[in-house]
Design a protein around this ligand. Structure first.
Ligand SMILES: [Zn+2]
Length: 113
């Protein structure tokens, strides 16, 4: 069956798997960084955007269908941002590999869809 898989599809599969093999730690979720105003009219944050409080770094992920948030320090973000980036890449590659595999299966089996 696998000899029916076009060589370019096979090459693409190897490329994805090779990249997966190079991947380090991966984290789920994403990070949002924001600065805020506190609402006190006399505070420096009230009319100067550069004086807003923060930055507050919030890492959000889904656990059993619920969003779980965790505040990170700037140092923690420096450490874990690459892991979070890897997580996004992992999900992207997994999706690519599945799509490619479906395509290979359809081709091998002569299915229209
Ligand atoms: Zn303020």
């Amino acid at each position: 069956m696998t000899d029916h898989i076009p060589s370019e599809v096979d090459a693409e599969q190897r490329r994805i798997v090779a990249e997966l093999g190079q991947m380090g730690f991966t984290l789920p979720g994403s990070v949002v960084t924001r600065t805020v105003t506190c609402g006190k009219p006399a505070c420096r944050c009230a009319d100067d955007p550069d004086q807003r409080h923060g930055p507050y770094i919030q890492w959000s992920r889904t656990v059993k269908g619920r969003t779980v948030n965790k505040m990170l320090s700037v140092e923690q973000l420096e450490t874990y941002q690459p892991w979070i980036d890897n997580g996004r890449r992992l999900r992207d590659l997994a999706h690519q590999l599945e799509t490619l595999s479906l395509e290979a299966m359809r081709t091998a089996e002569g299915w229209k869809r």
